[in-house]
Write a protein that binds this ligand. Structure first.
Ligand code: FMN
Length: 357
């Protein structure tokens, strides 16, 4: 299979996964509008390429939390990988490490910290936190992550309750006794984000006071994931977060939000270099990554395509998806006359014309 053909990869992954697992990955909330518009918004931005530039050397390195990394592409936090592949997050972490990408381990990991740590090699790993009301659970999770060498906590703030996903309601995700939340106290059986018990139930009642608590308590730097507003991104940084991730969760919970491509410039302007800005949701091509950098992002996170690679070919599939995006990015940078990703600027883009669906 040509791994660049993400439509074919998604189709193949759907054939392999159970209908419940496939629905939990692919579907968007409600009418799926944000999920589709995320992709369309990146594609609606038009490049203004430079010519006559020496593009024999291409540099895609970036700086994350003050440290240089070779790869600008990260694996987004996604729960319960054992629903997609028997080896679970260990395979995803190993595939990401083989592509030299940062892997973000979800709170709802079905693989233990210790097993993930073994897969790391040189690539750093981050830990994603959903903060439940009981702070001792968060303490258990962030201290465990720090002990196992994770380098940052990605605090997701855009999902106080589970969204409604009609496809998942028709095809509930499988619940298996052997698929458990391995880092959660007591290792409970994993249920899906769209499980009936989560509808309208406040799972994560976090507020600004909890961000203050986390920044003080966390042994690791805090990155806030899920803001779509410049004013609140700035407030996150003022509260002590080192970075924000502009994200609408891939359109999985609240439908008809603004897209991340639209709102990224506002957030970059508001943060004004006092913290890093990363972005996800709908990034599928090297050109999308170049556009994100032109608008001021320092990294992109990839969600669903990584799961498709995992479902189809385990760690190798994850690696191949990430490497294919990397080579696509390099090709687009050559064609755009941008040899250094860190030097992509807004003037690389024409004003947006959204081919909205
Ligand atoms: C199966 C799946 C599970 C996810 N679980 C989480 C999660 O536990 N925490 C979180 O912050 N985001 C979660 N996300 C959202 C991703 O981190 C990311 O924001 C989104 O997938 C990016 O959009 P994309 O899929 O269009 O690339 C999940 C996404 C998927 C596809």
């Amino acid at each position: 299979m040509d791994i660049r053909d993400l439509d074919a990869l998604e189709l193949r992954a759907r054939q392999i996964m159970s209908p419940g697992s496939a629905a939990s990955v692919d579907a968007g909330a409600d009418d799926g509008i944000s999920m589709r518009e995320n992709i369309a918004a990146w594609r609606g931005l038009r490049l203004r390429p430079h010519v006559l530039v020496d593009v024999r050397e291409i540099d895609i390195s970036t700086t994350l939390l003050g440290e240089r990394v070779e790869m600008p592409i990260l694996v987004a936090p996604m729960g319960r990988h054992k629903n997609f592949h028997e080896e679970g997050e260990a395979a995803t972490a190993r595939g990401a490490a083989a592509a030299n990408c940062i892997f973000t381990l979800p709170t709802y990991s079905t693989t233990s910290f210790a097993d993930i740590r073994k897969q790391r090699k040189a690539a750093p790993q981050w830990f994603h936190l959903y903060m439940p009301a009981d702070k001792t659970i968060s303490e258990h999770l962030i201290d465990g992550a720090a002990e196992h060498g994770f380098k940052a906590v990605v605090f997701t703030v855009d999902q106080p309750v589970g969204g409604y996903n009609p496809e998942s309601a028709r095809n509930p995700a499988p619940i298996r006794d052997d698929v458990r939340l391995m880092n959660w106290p007591g290792q409970p059986v994993a249920t899906g984000a769209y499980h009936a018990s989560r509808q309208g139930f406040i799972n994560f009642p976090t507020t600004w006071a909890d961000l203050d608590w986390l920044v003080k308590r966390s042994p690791l730097p805090v990155i806030v994931k899920g803001t779509l507003r410049g004013d609140e991104a700035r407030r996150c940084i003022e509260a002590g977060a080192k970075a924000v991730i502009v994200s609408n969760h891939g359109g999985r919970h609240l439908d008809t939000t603004v897209t991340t491509a639209e709102v990224l410039p506002e957030v970059v302007a508001a943060v004004a270099g006092r913290g890093d800005v990363y972005v996800d949701s709908g990034i599928r091509r090297g050109s999308d990554i170049l556009k994100a950098f032109a608008l001021g992002a320092k990294a992109v996170l990839i969600g669903r395509p990584v799961v498709w690679g995992l479902a189809v070919d385990g760690a190798d599939g994850v690696r191949d998806v990430l490497l294919s995006l990397t080579s696509d990015l390099k090709r687009v940078m050559m064609l755009s006359g941008v040899p250094k990703l860190s030097e992509a600027r807004p003037d690389l883009l024409a004003p947006p014309r959204m081919p909205y669906i």
